[in-house]
Design a protein around this ligand. Structure first.
Ligand SMILES: Nc1ncnc2c1ncn2[C@@H]1O[C@H](COP(=O)(O)OP(=O)(O)OP(=O)(O)O)[C@@H](O)[C@H]1O
Length: 296
């Protein structure tokens, strides 16, 4: 069985009039997990609770398979790097060089050469206070410092916010390299479908504070399809995973399904011909999921 790196058990947090949770979720080790959802759905709250920057009202979180702990140990914290939505107000007064000196003490596996290489490639100035950097430069610094920590778990809250397209591509390439070897895990909050497409193994959907589930990206793309069937019969309601259907002509039925593999099997059994198939784009999948059509 796959190892679990993070587990939320019955976690809830009141936020103003909103309730985030209950969240029951196991994050498997060695994958990229993208948390997606609309603005204000609770993605950052989920991540901040994981980092103990926000304390849940109910439930518990366990880190690295250690179930009994109320808090992360220092050793655990040193295995996690976090790129938050906003840079920390304490560090904002420091220069880039001062901030990185602190981080290099904190992380036992800090890789100075890699940090220098990333900063050179990103072109971030070093002797400037963090608050004086542009938004994109701050992001670049945070990403370089998080990767140089060589963490076991990398948490990214909207990592590409403010990045130019060249830096974005560099980030994607570096995150892919980071995942080689299978020992590391990335959890990322993102609105960028292309980022999910290029990086994610699993997608977690959160909507208005409620967890809609976790699904394997490839399985979603393999199963969420639009198909054209040669049939005069009104069989759509008897087919697996049908989200919607439309009769195009008296002999052609167009069906949108979330269970294409099962549907193909049913068609084969019923001797119905499939004329055409179109895989849904990831943004179409996500928008149907958010409307309540769950993955099988
Ligand atoms: N400190 C707080 N006190 C009260 N409510 C808060 C607080 N922080 C966030 N919220 C509310 O909690 C809800 C979830 O916020 P959160 O930042 O987790 O959402 P998000 O999914 O990350 O949104 P976005 O995509 O816009 O970054 C929002 O309605 C937000 O207004």
């Amino acid at each position: 069985m796959e190892q679990t790196v993070i587990e939320y058990r019955g976690v809830r947090k009141h936020r103003g009039r909103k309730m985030i949770g209950p969240i029951d979720l196991r994050i498997p080790k060695g994958y990229v997990i993208a948390i997606v959802g609309e603005n204000g759905s609770g993605k950052s709250t989920m991540m901040n609770m994981l980092m103990q920057m926000v304390i849940p009202d109910e439930g518990e979180i366990s880190w690295f398979g250690q179930g009994e702990l109320k808090e992360m140990t220092t050793e655990m914290k040193q295995q996690i790097a976090f790129v938050p939505e906003q840079t920390s107000p304490e560090e904002n007064r420091w220069t880039v060089d001062q901030a990185v000196k602190f981080r290099s003490y904190w992380y036992p596996d800090w890789d100075s050469a890699y940090y220098e290489q990333l900063m050179d490639r990103f072109g971030v100035p070093r002797d400037v206070k963090l608050r004086k950097l542009s938004k994109g430069e701050q992001r670049k610094f945070e990403i370089a410092a998080a990767l140089a920590a060589r963490p076991k778990l990398l948490l990214l809250d909207e990592p590409s916010s403010g990045l130019d397209p060249f830096a974005w591509k560099m980030m994607i390439d570096e995150l892919r390299l980071f995942m080689q070897g299978g020992e590391t895990t990335i959890v990322m909050n993102t609105h960028i479908v292309d980022e999910v497409k290029k990086l994610a193994d699993y997608i977690v959907m959160i909507h208005q504070g409620q967890l809609m589930g976790m699904a394997e990206k490839d399985s979603l793309l393999d199963n969420w399809k639009e198909v054209w069937l040669s049939t005069e019969e009104e069989i759509a309601d008897d087919l697996p995973g049908v989200v919607s259907w439309q009769r195009e002509t008296s002999t052609i039925l167009r069906v949108l399904t979330t269970e294409c593999q099962a549907l193909e099997h049913t068609l084969h059994e019923a001797d119905i011909q499939m004329l055409k198939m179109r895989g849904l784009e990831l943004d179409e999948v996500l928008s149907l999921w958010i409307q309540g059509h769950k993955p099988a």
